[in-house]
Design a protein around this ligand. Structure first.
Ligand code: NI
Length: 165
């Protein structure tokens, strides 16, 4: 296993749309193991392949505090959304920025698991936010894109300033 390098906003690779997974081979399994390791090492609750420069539709997630509720999802598709939640979000690719993002409170999604089987998953609260956040990543969308133009401009300036330090 290996830690993968996480890309940071405004890296243009974060804007690339991921390609579907058609075959689960050793390479894909290794990517998934490395993504879990990278996510846990960074104290994240989710990680999309796009964030490590791999443009394939893969995300891993574990919203438990005990790190024993792993989900690996290929080709995620959100089938239904319900309700609204407004909670603080952050992202391993947008260092030091947290802000409230409006998300559906409950989602039902479909994806493929490590055995190549289609499955459906229902999540609410943090898990629902995470599913939406990671699915966005695979489409080249960041959580800050959901904020107002003014906030986005402030974040861009803050990150440019931090970089110059
Ligand atoms: Ni993220």
């Amino acid at each position: 296993m290996a830690l993968l390098e996480i890309l940071h906003f405004p890296d243009p690779r974060l804007r690339v749309k991921a390609q579907p997974i058609t075959q689960i081979d050793d390479e894909v399994r290794r990517i998934v193991e490395d993504m879990y390791e990278t996510m846990y090492a960074s104290n994240g609750v989710g990680l999309a392949a796009t964030q490590v420069g791999i443009h394939r539709q893969i995300f891993v997630m574990d919203v438990s505090e005990t790190h024993n509720q792993r989900y690996c999802v290929f080709n995620p598709e959100i089938l239904a959304k319900e309700g609204v939640q407004l909670d603080n979000e952050g992202c391993l690719s947008v260092t030091g920025v947290y802000d409230k993002v409006e998300r559906a409170a409950k989602v039902r999604m479909r994806g493929m698991n490590l055995d190549g089987k289609l499955f459906e998953l229902e999540g609410e609260g943090l898990m629902a936010a995470c599913i939406q956040h990671e699915t966005d990543h695979l489409n080249g969308i960041l959580f800050i894109d959901h904020l107002s133009r003014l906030k986005q401009e402030r974040i861009r300036k803050k990150i440019e300033k931090d970089k110059r330090r």
